[in-house]
Design a binder for this molecule. Structure first.
Ligand code: TEU
Length: 604
């Protein structure tokens, strides 16, 4: 014990860099403002790369920074090669790439190519006349008419942001398709010329400038079913129906993604695609099988969607869930790659969801907030796959305070869902939607990042100018947590270090869930290979056990769970600090621990 040793992945020399890497998503508008306009920017981000490096981040993913009218916070791009001026300039991107690379870090951008902004010149041309050469670059259809002779959209599909997926264009007398806001028209991927323009003007343009890959937005929606027929009626109260089977995982999707792969391959660029509405491993595997040469990784949303109501109409009607459901979904999306050549991702936050500690943890007191945020860190850092953190997760940032009223929600999705509830004049639905938004809305994750304890939280210099209101709670900032071993931030840093050090077990290991029906504690075994200093490869097992309640909970039989003699088990980590530490055989409120069976030849 105590001698230097290293412990790495199963086949470390053959694993690509991005498997054991920690990715960190930056939502640029809310990260760091450098020029006092209340809007985060690239120079601000550059000034904080050292902070991320120190945390243990290997790759930064920046949400869209391109020219955009910001109808959907930059997920509506009007020019893929220009930077939205409040974020900075293209030279700032070059500087960011350089800053990352100098530190051995990588940078990936957000690629939004299911749709453009309606202000993109491609769409401006497309809508200019029915005979314009770019008419077919988007999806245009003639109207239908009902029995009364009233004009109706081509299909009954409901869009993500409420209402129809079709908008009428007065000028050319046809409808265009948009799965999201009407200002986000869908590109027509059936057109080979359009695809080539996407590859050249979005992907290759940025790869040539040195970015290391892309997070690919809405990756499974490029191929739609081409019949354009009505979806089955599942919501009798609405003219518009959920229709993911019409535009998700369509007939040519794998062909299109293989083309994307061929564009990225010469640059050895990493790809992580956003794969919604696909909760079936059999459907997910073809996208991430190494042999298939499609995507390196995908985000599958079953875990992060827990609590959401029915995805379309009822998304913001909160649906309570149990710990055993969370366990089972985690297990499912851990184990689906076992025995395959595929790879998984690990995440519990992003810019489209409420904060993890407010959804899976307990924010009712500062002690419980801290304990549960640290246990969430333990959970995430011990899972198999590539880990993605979202800005502020490492501080235990929470949802907006309950006292903030509905006017603080700015996101197009929240605004439209609330307006739809109000229009229904159903008071129960209005209240339920408010409640759901207070837990699940996308706005929560978009509040400014908290650098210090000042009124402006170090995000900007005048909080009155901040594009989103800044909450005043104390203790959730880099300044207040840095160097404090009991903090959420320092615990993340420690866990990221351990995750790397024992990556054979935590990043690459197998996952076995124990005691699945237990609604208080969560226990699983991670098992994989470790390498000792003298190059000897050996099996290692770790038991992760977490109390997901405020009550003390009995500890499982550690040596039985690890399958070794009691004297061979070692306590590797506990989330609890000082006085709140549980007894030997009992976990305190929200305490998490890791025990391992690594012998003395592996130093911890
Ligand atoms: O989201 C795609 C998407 O369909 C959802 O999974 C997403 O969570 C959203 O909340 C819709 O309900 C991506 C982006 O992540 C999101 O921010 C954009 O609004 C969307 O694409 C459109 O570009």
């Amino acid at each position: 014990m105590g001698s230097l040793c290293f412990n790495d992945g199963v086949q470390d020399d053959r694993q690509p860099w991005w498997k054991a890497a920690t990715f960190y998503q930056v939502y640029p508008a809310s990260f760091k403002d450098s020029n006092d306009d209340g809007w985060g920017d690239l120079p601000g981000l550059i000034s904080k790369v050292d902070y991320l490096h120190g945390l243990g981040v290997d790759c930064i993913w920046v949400s869209p920074i391109f020219e955009s009218p910001q109808k959907d916070m930059g997920y509506d791009v009007s020019d893929y090669q220009k930077i939205y001026a409040p974020y900075g300039t293209i030279e700032d991107v070059d500087a960011l790439i350089q800053t990352c690379h100098e530190r051995g870090m990588k940078l990936i951008l957000d690629l939004v190519v299911n749709h453009t902004s309606a202000e993109h010149e491609w769409f401006q041309e497309s809508r200019s006349s029915r005979t314009n050469p770019k008419r077919d670059w988007y999806i245009w259809k003639p109207p239908r008419y009902d029995a009364g002779g009233n004009r109706q959209p081509p299909t009954n599909w409901r869009g993500y942001f409420a209402g129809s997926t079709w908008t009428w264009d007065e000028h050319t007398q046809e409808y265009y398709l948009h799965l999201y806001a009407s200002e986000q028209p869908d590109l027509n991927w059936e057109n080979a010329e359009t695809r080539e323009a996407i590859y050249e003007e979005t992907m290759r343009f940025w790869l040539r400038r040195g970015v290391d890959g892309f997070r690919i937005d809405t990756v499974n929606k490029y191929s739609k079913r081409t019949e354009y027929i009505d979806a089955a009626v599942t919501d009798k109260n609405s003219p518009y129906q959920a229709a993911p089977e019409m535009w998700c995982n369509g007939p040519r999707i794998h062909e299109f993604i293989r083309e994307i792969n061929q564009v990225l391959a010469p640059f050895s660029a990493v790809s992580v695609g956003e794969l919604s509405n696909t909760p079936d491993p059999k459907q997910v595997l073809p996208y991430v099988s190494t042999r298939a040469r499609e995507l390196d990784m995908v985000f599958e949303f079953s875990v992060i969607r827990l609590g959401n109501g029915d995805l379309f109409t009822g998304k913001y009607i909160y649906k309570p869930f149990t710990l055993s459901q969370l366990k089972a979904l985690t297990e499912k999306w851990q184990c689906f790659i076992e025995g395959t050549d595929s790879w998984a991702t690990v995440f519990c936050e992003n810019h489209d969801n409420g904060r993890a500690v407010s959804r899976f943890g307990d924010t009712s007191t500062p002690e419980l907030w801290r304990a549960s945020a640290r246990t969430i860190a333990l959970w995430q850092a011990t899972l198999t796959g590539t880990l993605f953190l979202y800005q502020g997760q490492e501080l235990g940032m929470t949802n907006m305070p309950a006292s903030w009223d509905i006017s603080h929600y700015q996101d197009v999705e929240a605004v439209n869902f609330f307006a739809e509830a109000v229009a229904s004049r159903n008071e129960q639905r209005i209240q339920a939607t408010k409640h759901g938004l207070s837990i699940l809305a996308r706005d929560h994750a978009r509040l400014p990042f908290r650098w210090n304890e000042d009124d402006n939280v170090g995000f900007t210099t005048d909080s009155a100018k901040s594009w989103m209101r800044i909450p005043r709670e104390k203790g959730i900032s880099v300044e207040s947590q840095l160097g404090d071993r009991t903090s959420v931030l320092e615990f993340y840093r420690e866990m990221l270090r351990l995750r790397k050090r024992f990556q054979g077990v935590f990043v690459f290991g197998t996952h076995t869930l124990l005691d699945r029906e237990n609604e208080s504690t969560w226990a699983y075994i991670k098992e994989g290979f470790l390498t000792t200093k003298d190059g000897h490869r050996m099996r290692g097992r770790a038991l992760v056990v977490m109390n997901f309640t405020v009550e003390r909970a009995p500890l499982v039989d550690v040596s039985a769970a690890l399958g070794c003699a009691p004297e061979s088990t070692r306590l590797m980590v506990t989330t609890a600090c000082g006085a709140v530490r549980g007894a030997k055989d009992e976990l305190s409120a929200w305490e998490g621990r890791i025990y391992c069976d690594f012998g003395p030849e592996i130093c911890i």
